[in-house]
Ligand binder design. Structure first.
Ligand code: PLP
Length: 376
C-alpha cells in the first residue's frame, strides 16, 4: 500500500466557488449593515425554515451559544440528564448555566442516550433531558418524549450532527421542545461558524431572539442579562449560498459511505452503521467500531497505523465528556457507571468523510485496515 500523497484529514470544510460569494460581499459592503437581523439574516431564517420544513428558527453566531441560550429560554435549572458520548459543548452548555449534568449511559445500537436508563437518574431537581443525535442517527424520539411527558421535563435536543436528517419525512430538528443546530466549519452545512435554535411557536422565537441580543425586547426594555450570540451578515450570506450545495454534499457523502461499507464489509471485528429504512440521513460522519478481540488490534493501533499512510482519522468521542477533569467528580461520571459509553469510547474511530474526499479513498483506507489485520 502506498501512502496518500496529501494528508487526508477526517473532514474538510465545504466552500462554494469564491466568485459566487463575492457578489454577496459587495452587497453587504454597499449596505453597511453587518449584523443585527439584517437582510441576509432574515433571508437565511426563511430559507432554512423551508429547507428543514420547520416553522421557527433563530440564527446564532455558533452552536454552543445556541445551546447555552436554549437552556435559558426554558429557564432550565437544577439537574439535566444528558449523554457522556458527545462533543464537550453539550455538557459545557449546562456548566455555563450552573446546571448539574447527570450522565446516563448510551444504547449499544445507536450510541445515543438510552431512554430505558433515564428514569433511574431522575431526582426532584431534574428539569430537562438533553440528548444528542450522535452522527445524525435519531435518538429514541418516542421513548424520550414519553419520559419527558410523564415526569414533566423539558426535552432539548443537541441536533448539531443532524442537519438535513429526516425521519418518516420530518426533520429531526423539529423534535423536542427545542432543537439546536451547529453550522460550524466542520459540519455538513457551514456558515464559517454558526448555529440555530428550532422552536414551535412565535412567542418562544421572540424570547430566543431577545436572549441572543443582550435581552433587548425593544429600544429601552431589557428582559434579562442576555448574551450576544447574533449571527452576522457574512455568515448568513454564506449560509444562503451553502444551502444551494448542501444537497449535493449529502449525495457525495452518501456515495462515499456506500464505498466504505462495501470495502470494509466482512473484516472481522470491524462494525459500522447501516441505513435505517425510515431515515433520510446526511452521511456526515463515517464512524467504525473496532473490537480488539475479533480484529486483533486495538482502535489506537489502527488510528496510529493510518497516520503512516497520511490518513488522519479521529477518535470521536474519546475521552467521554464525563472523563474530563471538570466533570469526572460527579457521581454519574464514576468509572463503571457508563459501561456502554466507556466501551464504545475505546472502540470508536471516525474515518475521513467530506464531499471532496477522492472517490477512491474509502477503498484505499479500507485496504489499509484490512491488511493491517492480516499482518497480525
Ligand atoms: C459541533 C457541535 C456542537 C457545537 O457547535 P459549535 O457551532 O462548534 O459551537 C455542539 N454539540 C455537538 C454534538 C457538536 O458536534
Amino acid at each position: 500500500m502506498e501512502k496518500f500523497k496529501q494528508p487526508i484529514y477526517v473532514t474538510e470544510s465545504f466552500l462554494p466557488p469564491l466568485e459566487e460569494f463575492q457578489g454577496y460581499l459587495a452587497d453587504i459592503w454597499r449596505s453597511k449593515w453587518l449584523t443585527n437581523n439584517g437582510n441576509y439574516h432574515q433571508r437565511l431564517e426563511r430559507a432554512l425554515c423551508d429547507y428543514l420544513g420547520v416553522k421557527y428558527i433563530s440564527l446564532f453566531s455558533n452552536g454552543t451559544l445556541a445551546l447555552v441560550t436554549a437552556l435559558q429560554v426554558l429557564r432550565i435549572a437544577g439537574e439535566v440528564i444528558t449523554t457522556p458520548f458527545s462533543f464537550v459543548a453539550t455538557t459545557h452548555a449546562l456548566w455555563w448555566n450552573k446546571i448539574k449534568p447527570v450522565f446516563v449511559d448510551i444504547e449499544p445500537r445507536t450510541f445515543n442516550l438510552d431512554a430505558a436508563k433515564i428514569e433511574a437518574a431522575i431526582t426532584p431537581q431534574t428539569t430537562a433531558i438533553l440528548p444528542v443525535h450522535v452522527y445524525g442517527n435519531p435518538c429514541d424520539l418516542e421513548g424520550l418524549q414519553k419520559i419527558a411527558d410523564t415526569y414533566g421535563l423539558k426535552l432539548i435536543y443537541d441536533a448539531a450532527h443532524a442537519f438535513g436528517v429526516k425521519i418518516r419525512g420530518t426533520a429531526l430538528a423539529g423534535f423536542g421542545d427545542l432543537a439546536v443546530l451547529s453550522f460550524h466549519a466542520t459540519k455538513i452545512f457551514n456558515t464559517f461558524e454558526g448555529g440555530a435554535i428550532v422552536c414551535h411557536d412565535a412567542k418562544t422565537k421572540k424570547r430566543i431572539d431577545f436572549l441572543k441580543n443582550f435581552g433587548f425586547a425593544d429600544e429601552t426594555t431589557v428582559v434579562e442579562p442576555g448574551i450576544n450570540a447574533k449571527m452576522n451578515e457574512f455568515q448568513a450570506a454564506l449560509g444562503l449560498l451553502q444551502l444551494q450545495y448542501v444537497g449535493t454534499s449529502i449525495e457525495r457523502n452518501r456515495a462515499l459511505t456506500r464505498s466504505y461499507r462495501a470495502a470494509l464489509g466482512g473484516i472481522p471485528g470491524i462494525r459500522f452503521f447501516e441505513d435505517i429504512p425510515e431515515v433520510e440521513h446526511n452521511y456526515s460522519y463515517f464512524p467504525i467500531v473496532i473490537e480488539t478481540e475479533n480484529y486483533g488490534k486495538s482502535r489506537d493501533e489502527v488510528y496510529d497505523h493510518l497516520k503512516k499512510y497520511n490518513v488522519f482519522s479521529r477518535r470521536y468521542f474519546y475521552p467521554l465528556i464525563s472523563q474530563f477533569p471538570s466533570y469526572r467528580g460527579l457521581e454519574s461520571a464514576k468509572e463503571g457507571m457508563l459501561p456502554v459509553a466507556e466501551t464504545i469510547a475505546r472502540q470508536i474511530l471516525c474515518l475521513p468523510m467530506y464531499p471532496n474526499l477522492p472517490a477512491d479513498a474509502p477503498q484505499k483506507i479500507a485496504d489499509i485496515v484490512r491488511r493491517f489485520q492480516e499482518r497480525r
